[in-house]
Design a binder for this molecule. Structure first.
Ligand code: NDP
Length: 330
């Protein structure tokens, strides 16, 4: 039996004991499945939604939430790509949404999106990176294609959140001058500590503005969407690139074509969930190289499996700073 957080139709999230058949979602064992002794998971915005039973994320019920997991292979796949004892990491790919996820001591997952843990990363640090850090890296990979570090300032919105914090740290380490946008002025020192050169208030971008504004940024990583993203596009210089991964302010985008046709701005979408295996490997290798481990540790909090349940409303309320790892054995 496996200890797991389970959300069901009739009951709020709670700790339960489940068997392998439950972990598999019923049915027979599949040739591509890999059984993992999970050591760490992490808390993401989507996990907050799943913990609350939000059907936008919790596509099946009952569901074990947790869109990230790190652990050791207990039983490999039939093709032999994974063997017992290997350390692995899995983010997205439907876990914690359409199939059971990482808030459990054991998981049975599909080998297709599973990545070998890079040697330079400990399991705890890989979980601290998790979907948020992986998404930040996907954003950086797109940004650096078109924007050199000396091209000008890079804006990060939702900067004190999980994706934002790691994007700030990565970009600063790569030599970009980072401007962090946050609604939490009290986290200014925290953002400078991650490498932000300056910090601006959320209100400066949150209200509707003109379709073209003073061109301030060579690029941006946007975690917020809505009016904020429209203003970011309006403030991006000729030829700049803006990545869009999030919707913390809203899923709308009240903009015009003017930034695209008058300033040749590129808007690039980021989707971490369905990233192909080759991109996953590239991103994890880059994360193991480009992210300062001490800095990562400094933005990481830890919680037990039971404590994770109470953190759902906290991340949905924007009260979590940086990253929280879940010690599923505790
Ligand atoms: P967090 O909750 O950790 O961070 C979100 C941040 O957004 C907050 O910390 C806050 O930053 C800011 N924010 C919150 N509410 C508002 C608001 N009303 N207006 C403006 N800013 C706001 O979440 P994550 O970092 O994990 O995820 C960020 C976003 O990216 C989420 O929308 C998430 O769903 C999405 N996401 C998408 C992925 C993809 O594959 N496309 C993968 C991972 C996440 P601050 O306190 O600094 O103001």
């Amino acid at each position: 039996m496996t200890r797991a957080v389970v959300v069901s139709e009739s009951a709020p999230a709670s700790l339960r004991e489940v068997d392998d058949s439950f972990l598999r979602g019923g049915g027979e064992p599949a040739p591509g499945e890999v059984t993992i002794d999970v050591s760490w998971s992490s808390l993401n915005y989507k996990d907050g939604m799943a913990l609350g039973g939000d059907r936008g994320v919790a596509r099946i019920l009952p569901l074990i939430p947790g869109i990230d997991l790190v652990g050791t292979v207990a039983a490999g796949d039939a093709a032999g790509r994974f063997v017992a004892g290997q350390q692995v990491v899995l983010t997205g790919a439907g876990i914690g949404e359409t199939r059971h996820g990482g808030f459990a001591e054991r998981a049975i997952v599909d080998a297709a999106s599973l990545v070998e843990l890079p040697e330079a990363l400990t399991p705890r640090r890989a979980a601290a990176i998790g979907t948020a850090g992986f998404t930040a890296m996907l954003s950086v990979l797109k940004l650096e294609r078109d924007v050199e570090p000396d091209a000008g300032d890079i804006l990060v919105t939702g900067a004190a959140g999980g994706v934002g914090s790691i994007a700030v740290a990565l970009l600063a380490r790569l030599g970009y001058r980072v401007v962090a946008c946050t609604g939490r002025a009290e986290l200014t020192d925290y953002l400078h500590g991650l490498g932000a050169a300056s910090v601006i208030p959320r209100e400066s971008l949150g209200e509707p503005g003109k379709p073209l504004q003073r061109a301030l940024y060579a690029g941006a990583v946007d975690c917020v969407g809505s009016t904020t993203l429209a203003n970011v596009l309006a403030q991006t210089r000729w030829g700049g690139t803006v990545t869009a991964c999030g919707l913390a302010q809203g899923s709308d985008l009240p903009t015009t074509v003017l930034p695209f046709i008058l300033r040749a701005v590129s808007l690039v979408g980021i989707n971490s969930v369905e990233a192909p295996l080759s991109l996953r490997r590239t991103a994890w290798q880059r994360l193991s190289r480009d992210l300062d481990p001490a800095l990562l540790d400094s933005v990481t909090e830890e919680a037990s499996l039971a404590e994770a349940i109470d953190l759902g409303p906290e991340i949905l309320g924007g009260r979590i700073r940086g990253r929280t790892v879940i010690d599923v054995r505790r």
